[in-house]
Design a protein. Structure first.
Length: 274
């Protein structure tokens, strides 16, 4: 356990290693979705072109969160020195600190996601993620910079309230990177396995419901790693994969889902239907 804690405590200082985890996860599920696809995706041009559009947003997302990493480290260290946050209020041991930190940060992911769906202005930024008509492993980090920044702010807020130490923060960030690739990947799991996973974790079929083009399905299944928040707050829903259609029923033209520059500037246009 000490070696695990030591590894994750300093992982933030090894950006190339973190990048390897991200790229490795993407490549792994890229291969798997080619072998056992959930649906046959008809890309506008080809899968590489689609991936390049999403990687453009991924790069911006990573730049923003690399910048926020400085504040994450400072805040986590301050909580430790001040004894502030649930980890210290409950005098948690290492296992308890991991549990509190991971659950708190996963709740931050659920909460900011729910808020972006409910607030018309913030939805402008998040709809770029939902505008992808071909959901695959590369869709996972297709976030407008405004979306990414808001996620970072909520991440900091929950570190503040939980007092999550850096090893707990990095364990969660590693989990969410892998899970994001897994839940967005165009993979077909045995229905019983997918359903069983969804009782605790966000499963691929569960998250695909969130990408269905019509409400109320779009406004459900907000979870990132754990499904417990959607079950607890009654935002969990199911839909057979054969009935799922990706994209949006309004707000942004589906035929322009690979127009990178239009997607980037779209939240700032005043013609938005809210």
């Amino acid at each position: 356990m000490e070696k695990v804690i030591a590894y994750f405590s300093t992982l933030e200082q090894r950006p190339l290693e973190r990048m390897a985890l991200l790229v490795g996860g993407l490549l792994f599920f890229w291969i798997i979705e080619g072998a056992i696809p959930l649906v046959k995706l008809q890309y506008r041009r080809n899968k590489i072109r689609h991936a390049l559009v999403n990687f453009g947003f991924t790069v911006m997302h990573l730049i923003i969160h690399t910048g926020l990493a400085v504040f994450i480290v400072l805040l986590s260290d301050w909580c430790r020195s001040a004894g502030f946050g649930m980890v210290y209020w409950f005098n948690a041991n290492i296992g308890g600190a991991i549990l509190i930190g991971v659950l708190a940060l996963d709740f931050s992911s659920w909460l900011v996601h729910w808020i972006m769906h409910k607030n018309p202005y913030l939805w402008r930024y998040h709809l770029i993620h939902h505008s992808d008509n071909k959901v695959d492993v590369t869709t996972g980090l297709r976030h407008h910079p405004g979306d990414s920044l808001l996620r970072g702010i909520f991440f900091l807020l929950l570190i503040f309230f939980s007092g999550a130490p850096m090893y707990s923060v990095m364990i969660y960030q590693t989990l969410v990177v892998i899970t994001t690739a897994f839940t967005h990947a165009n993979i077909s799991l045995p229905p019983l396995l997918d359903k069983t996973l969804s009782y605790v974790l966000v499963s691929p079929n569960m998250h695909k419901v969130h990408h269905h083009w019509m409400q109320p399905y779009t406004d459900s299944n907000y979870g990132a790693v754990f499904s417990i928040w959607d079950r607890l707050f009654q935002t969990f829903s199911t839909l057979h994969p054969s009935k799922i259609k990706y994209g949006l029923d309004r707000y942004y033209p589906n035929e322009k889902d690979e127009d990178f520059l239009d997607l980037l500037k779209d939240p700032f246009l005043h013609k938005k239907k809210l």
